[in-house]
Design a protein. Structure first.
Length: 713
């Protein structure tokens, strides 16, 4: 039930056909609580329905893009409701049927949406027990639930099914998220690793993605793109295109497209458009962008300011100064953006590969001049998102072209369009001044981050005198006046900002450990009071077989830690470096995570492995080349993502912590990869690389110069 769908409890019953319906009132995770009564006085978020056939339908605004939330959400419901996983049907990312949701990102599904979902299922269990108590004529305290049945304790023959209890019922309960949840010690479904609900469809090829969809009368669109960001269309000659049979030319504002029932003919027509552009002059490129970012950013937010930095510097035995850099990174999801739109009778239906169905619906409604209630966004499976399928320009393009032509329109970006239109992970700079005392404790921490944002910027180490500042409003790269410091669009990229901040922080910590002559594991433990981080670090060391030695030891061992999405991460790596070429071969990685209660252990390990594999890309190779607004990398021939041959042996360690509710799992492991590889390279060679990615050229240069940081004492 969407916050803008207009569906009330009464109208929902008409759609659901009765049964037991669990509703969660609009709250701070969906809509601002103070706005809910004013905007939608009768509206609720329906999370699950128990039908007369005994099946449970879960409605979730979240989407499935390979991270496994279709299965983990079903597991949470099955656990609290006392049903088999096979009895649950999942409806995801449909703005007409599902609860309003801000989007699937930030590792929020399990840790933020999960408690409400579990509470709805737990409340439904109590409702069914109450109905059964009336039917069976026994007190509710004598009843138990299992496998979709309510039975009398000690009398398994006296039982009644959920379907029977739901038949003819019109029960709607509002959940306040305070329902009693099952204890971890009694879990039957949570904490297990069943076969994923989407596994068969994806393995057999039956799963449908947005580009796979077809409807009668559909036109395929190819959109005219500028040669560079910021370019202005000065003249368009479409004479040749207008004479092509079956081709439709559509133009509205800045949108110019050619359409045909055959996508290849639409592509041919696009090539016959004669467009003249004015491209703004710019000397920015991937190497000088860092000075531009620092010069254009304003230090506007102080995240931490404690102690006396001047006095701390004077007391420090040694002081270290370093500047860390990272270039732009593309999402490079294997599935390019796609959408299919149909507009008729004042309503629009859009099937889109999107992480944000409801915000996308609202953007489409605004462009089409429709009420949001007249726009429906349906989300099929996504082939990867990583934050890049949040803006969804392709869905807006498809909807607008469908409105213009009066026919269904599919927009499927090519790989070149994907790279050009991407919202990139921003280039960023971090400046650090730090110090240690003669006992090897961190005595000073002065940290400034430019353009990466705040995620991962604050430190979990025990430092009395520290200042942490962020330049630019967010990871999206705006200065104090809201003007972008980037030559093209940037946006969230798996754990946005944290990858850069952790790379800088943990590289600096490693530098201090080496200067103190201490083993990097011992140095971290000495400067840590956080019990969860200490446990995670110890667990990683046991699994890795860590042996104490000060870096550089020549072994190629590295350590990096982070706290992200409520999860504590400790990662260790072993690398081999060819000093002649600078090529880094990552041999193995061990990642230990304390993520609270683990809903699906194998799923959690897969997310750890996936995050590390993706992280090897930004750590070793991925960096966008550009000239002004011109994107020079348009495909995988020049933009390198990890290949199977280059993926290390990965061991995921789950640190048990059943006293804590489930935390984030999709992003935390990626945050440490850049840092752990850089630290392992330092241990192998004594060379400190201060810029990501660690390309062979940069590693070789660092080896030749052997200048890890500028240090003074």
């Amino acid at each position: 039930m969407s916050a803008s769908s207009g569906l009330t409890r009464r109208s929902f019953f008409r759609l659901a056909g009765g049964g037991v319906v669990m509703l969660v009132a609009l709250g701070p995770l969906t809509l601002r609580a103070q706005d809910a009564p004013r905007l939608y006085p009768e509206d609720f978020n329906a999370y699950l329905v128990i039908g007369e056939n005994g099946r449970v339908t879960v409605f979730s605004g979240k989407i499935e893009m390979g991270q496994g939330v279709m299965t983990s959400q079903a597991q949470m419901v099955a656990e609290e409701l006392g049903v088999e996983l096979a009895a649950i049907d999942m409806v995801l990312g449909d703005t007409e049927r599902c609860p309003w949701d801000m989007g699937t990102f930030g590792s929020l599904t399990t840790r933020m949406f999960g408690p409400a979902l579990r509470a709805a299922a737990a409340q439904a269990r109590l409702v069914l027990i109450a109905l059964a108590a009336e039917r069976l004529g026994v007190p509710a305290e004598r009843l138990e639930v299992r496998n979709g049945l309510v039975f009398v304790t000690g009398e398994p023959g006296r039982a009644i099914g959920y379907g029977t209890l739901s038949k003819g019922a019109r029960v709607a309960k509002v959940v306040d998220e305070k329902a009693v949840l099952q204890a971890a010690s009694g879990f039957r479904v949570m904490g297990t690793s069943p076969r994923r609900l989407d596994a068969r469809a994806k393995v057999t090829g039956a799963a449908k993605y947005a580009a796979d969809l077809r409807v009668p009368g559909m036109l395929c669109a190819r959109v005219l793109r500028p040669p560079a960001h910021g370019a202005t269309l000065m003249r368009l000659d479409s004479f040749a295109v207008e004479r092509m049979p079956g081709v439709t030319l559509a133009r509205q504002g800045d949108l110019v497209a050619v359409l045909h029932a055959d996508p290849d003919r639409a592509e041919t027509a696009l090539g016959r458009l004669n467009a003249q552009w004015r491209v703004p002059e710019s000397k920015l490129d991937q190497d000088n962008i860092f000075d531009h970012i620092v010069a254009q950013s304003t230090l506007q937010k102080e995240l931490v300011n404690r102690g006396d930095l001047t006095a701390a510097r004077a007391r420090s035995e040694r002081v270290f100064e370093a500047i860390f850099k990272k270039g732009y990174v593309a999402h490079a999801a294997i599935e390019p953006h796609a959408a299919l739109a149909e507009v008729k009778d004042g309503r629009a239906t859009v099937w889109a590969s999107t992480q944000t169905p409801f915000p996308t619906r609202d953007r489409i409604a605004k462009v089409l001049g429709l009420d949001a209630r007249s726009v429906r966004v349906i989300t099929p499976f996504l082939g990867g998102g990583f934050g890049g399928k949040s803006a969804d320009a392709q869905a807006v393009e498809a909807a607008l072209l469908a409105q213009i032509t009066g026919k269904p329109v599919q927009v499927a970006w090519s790989r070149a369009e994907e790279f050009f239109n991407d919202t990139f992970d921003p280039a960023a700079v971090v400046k650090i001044v730090s110090g240690i005392d003669r006992d090897g404790r961190i005595s000073l921490w002065d940290y400034s981050v430019y353009a990466a944002g705040e995620r991962g910027a604050t430190t979990f180490y025990d430092i009395a005198d520290a200042r942490i500042r962020s330049a630019g409003r967010t990871a999206y790269g705006s200065d104090a006046e809201g003007e972008s410091v980037h030559p093209f669009a940037v946006g969230p990229w798996r754990a946005p900002g944290a990858n850069m901040n952790v790379f800088a922080t943990e590289s600096q910590v490693d530098t201090m450990a080496s200067a103190a002559g201490m083993d990097p594991f011992e140095f971290r433990m000495k400067n840590l009071k956080d019990a969860r981080m200490r446990r995670a670090l110890a667990a990683a060391a046991r699994a890795f077989g860590w042996m104490a030695a000060a870096a550089p030891s020549g072994r190629g061992f590295g350590i990096a830690c982070s706290v992200d999405a409520g999860t504590h991460v400790a990662t260790m790596a072993e690398v081999k470096v060819d000093p002649a070429t600078g090529r880094v071969n990552v041999l193995r990685i061990v990642c230990a995570q304390d993520m609270g209660i683990v809903v699906n252990p194998e799923g959690a390990k897969m997310q750890i492995e996936g995050g590390i594999t993706m992280g090897l890309g930004y750590a070793l190779a991925e960096e966008l080349r550009f000239r002004g607004g011109e994107i020079l990398d348009r495909n995988f021939d020049s933009y390198e993502i990890p290949r199977f041959s280059g993926v290390a042996r990965v061991e995921a360690v789950l640190v048990q912590n059943d006293d804590l509710a489930p935390q984030g799992g999709g992003e935390p492991s990626i945050t440490t990869v850049g840092a752990v590889i850089a630290n392992a390279v330092f241990d192998a060679t004594g060379a400190r690389v201060l810029r990501l990615p660690l390309t062979p050229e940069r590693v070789r240069s660092a080896i030749d110069h052997r200048v890890p940081t500028a240090a003074s004492g």
